[in-house]
Design a protein around this ligand. Structure first.
Ligand code: PNS
Length: 160
């Protein structure tokens, strides 16, 4: 059984992430969408909130699992017997960093391959950071994120 992991911060999940999940789900027998810690980012949503949004979004895919992992991506891949990491790339600007990550992960777990999926053109300019900014100023994020994430954003920023 071929298992792939799609790791990310998912703070929150966006339509760009959902596009990658949909495409990767069509390629693998099992896809694990994993919320991992990015030490370069401070979170807006709790890990539990991110998991809730992802579970809602991934419900239609029977072979897609959602989980959080507190450690290294390579350790999660080893534990889940996954040989492939999926990452979406939104353009050339992201390519160097993604290549470096793929190389380090391949050293940490020999045989672990990374497949980079180019973002669909309609989502190439989209990021969770921009979505949070739109939501923080009361803008409509319905075009950018799935409904569960739009509701969570609305709830979060109406409390601020
Ligand atoms: O959505 P992001 O923030 O671009 O995802 C980055 C993420 C969370 C996948 C990356 O920071 C990560 O893999 N974190 C887990 C710790 C780890 O394995 N670091 C080594 C990466 S080479």
């Amino acid at each position: 059984m071929a298992t792939a992991i799609f790791p990310g911060s998912f703070d929150p999940v966006t339509n760009g992430h959902l596009d990658v999940i949909t495409r990767a789900a069509g390629l693998f027998d099992r896809l694990i969408v994993a919320v991992l810690h990015n030490p370069n980012k401070s979170g807006t949503f709790t890990v539990q909130e991110r998991l809730g949004m992802l579970k809602c979004v991934c419900k239609p895919f029977a072979h897609v699992q959602v989980e959080a992992f507190p450690g290294l991506l390579a350790d999660l891949a080893a534990q889940r017997d996954a040989r492939v990491v999926i990452r979406g790339v939104r353009g050339a600007a992201e390519l160097d960093a993604e290549t470096a990550m793929a190389q380090v992960n391949g050293k940490l777990l020999p045989g672990l391959e990374t497949i980079l999926l180019p973002a669909a053109p309609e989502w190439a300019g989209l990021s969770a950071t921009l979505v949070r900014e739109v939501a923080a100023f009361g803008g409509d994020v319905g075009k950018f994120v799935p409904p569960c994430a739009a509701q969570a954003l609305q709830r979060h920023f109406s409390r601020q």
